[in-house]
Design a binder for this molecule. Sequence first.
Ligand code: ADP
Ligand code: MG
Length: 687
Amino acid sequence: MSPPEIRISPLAAPASSLWGVGGERATQLARLGIVTIKDLLLHAPRRYEDRRHFRKIVELTKDEPFTARGTIVAQGLKRFRGGSKSVFEFILDDGSARLHCRWWNLPFMEKYFEVGDEVFVFGKLVEAKPRTMDHPETEVIEGGEEGFIHINRIAPVYPLTEGLPQRWLRGLIWRTLEKFVAASRQSAENFPDWRAADKKLAALSRDAATLPTRANAVHMIHFPGELTDVEIARRRLALDEFVELQIQIQSRRRKFEALSKALPCAGDNRLMKPFLAQLGFKLTGAQTKVLREVRADMCGAHPMRRLLQGDVGSGKTVVAACSALMALESGFNVALMAPTEILADQHYRNFKNWFEPLGVKVEMQTGSRKTAESREPRVESQPRRLPSTLDPRPSTLFVGTHALFTAGFDLPKLGLVIIDEQHKFGVAQRETLVRKGNYPHLLVMTATPIPRTLGLTLYGDLDVSVIDEMPAGRGSVKTFIRTAEKLPKVWEFIREKIAAGRQVYVVYPRVEEQDTANDIKAVTKEFENVQRSLAPFKAGLLHGRVKSAEKESVMAAFRANQIQALVATALIEVGLDVPNATVMLIENAERFGLAQLHQLRGRIGRGAHESFCILISDAKNPEARARLKILEETNDGFKIAEVDLKLRGPGELLGREQSGMPKFRFGNLVDDLDLIRQARELVAKGL
Ligand code: ADP
Ligand code: MG
């Protein structure tokens, strides 16, 4: 929403200024998020009913919902169980057959209907003999001057709130459209901003001619002439939403670039060379390409804002290490943050091994182990001057969790912040985090490949690098779906693998048992079974409620192969790197998201040995089975993320904590990639 519209548009007036909207109605509308007239006009129907043609009741089937129209020929309320339960029922007749409509335990429904009323009902048959619907949606047909709004057309059906009648809302929207939109077709006065948007769109977009004007789109979304109009209108309104978001993203980026000056962090290779020499492998072409992009950013005019995407196991950690070295060589400190303590701890060990021989200090920041450096009062608030190589303090890499850095983020001379596996971390959080550090460079690494629609919206203000190549010399990963019945065989297989020297992960969806969901296994209970069935080999237990120190010692034992099986929750989903672990067993696999399963599977296949991912599921639901099947078929994280987005929506994919998720009334992050791209181009061109 652009500011001028707020000031001058009549659409910004409160909905309560409309004729017929009193205090109570205004409160009900507010519950639906409708405060202004604009909100009302953009209140999208949740479905449409074609009231020009009706199925005859005699033709109704049990498979799909439908609308019927008829007259109530009888009705009554029955109470039973001493009056505590009831069923209200009416019988509808359309001349072809009769339909029973029932409402359980809603005795007041009786008040809304009378014998002789003409009624629309929408629902599915629950029984065919006699034809019966339970709790259908209904609308009583009334005569009068407004009848034409509701019948003999494609009628919108809106989301409602308690006490607000469908007919009333439809009437209100109709009248408001008449007043504003119909009038706007004659003169632009009512909608200066809508008109301006139309004109700009026409000037900049090749497709503008094929799109309805904004005013027409608003009209069509409520009262389409044909059902196909709905999608045409939705696309125009969605485009407007994406344009609005891109304006925000792109102006935020421009403002950022104008305000912030980059710290010179490209380094001089003096640490990088010995680091790469001792690494034991050559960087892949993709890793090298990404590092070139990072280096260009870190000697550029503006601080780096870069998203690094790469499938699990593609080697993002080494890229992080090399990026860190560039800043460290330049005399700046670096902060590396991980989503969990286990992962922070793993990074701490890795980087200590890698960096300390090079003379770089590596410090762990945990709740219990704050470093001396971070407690020191900050002397220089702005490290503006170019740090000389004579700086007495050696540069330091600080490692910690997101949570910890968010709480007390005040590190001196910070040149680069690296956020690892940041999938479940909001945009807003990200920015406050980095602001505190006085515009250091920022490298964000994602746990899972991000579908392009989300990349361009949620991560729209970041430049993107992709590692699109796996390191050579990896053993393959085979994935199997099995029912619980096969578990004895699976365990036999696992014992064989352990006897051959390998290690395994065993994952359950829950920490503890709950009596409500009986067939979902819990890790604390299963742990004992696993211990028993693997003896004399050893198993360790890991979940969110295990104490930090205990977690660390279990991980250390697993890393050292003193423990052969790690029994855990999805806590281990991100980042863990133990190449000798080659089997991943996941029970109740249907309880996890696809992207999550792919992450879990990413824990194996990291060494030269062949690896096996076994998904146990008794899910009968064909959709759930089809979903799991995708994992059997592909190892491509991008494909899996796209499917997961389609099946579960962006909220699930990104995690519930995700803040800063843009909300769209019309835009759809699953299907609208073309519109999102178009919006981005248009805004870049100056819309
Ligand atoms: P992710 O991208 O999932 O974070 P990691 O950075 O943990 O992946 O890397 C996975 C494994 O691959 C690690 O054991 C790492 O040492 C190894 N690795 C990374 N880059 C290469 C490479 N170019 N050649 C061989 N092995 C590599
Ligand atoms: Mg990683």
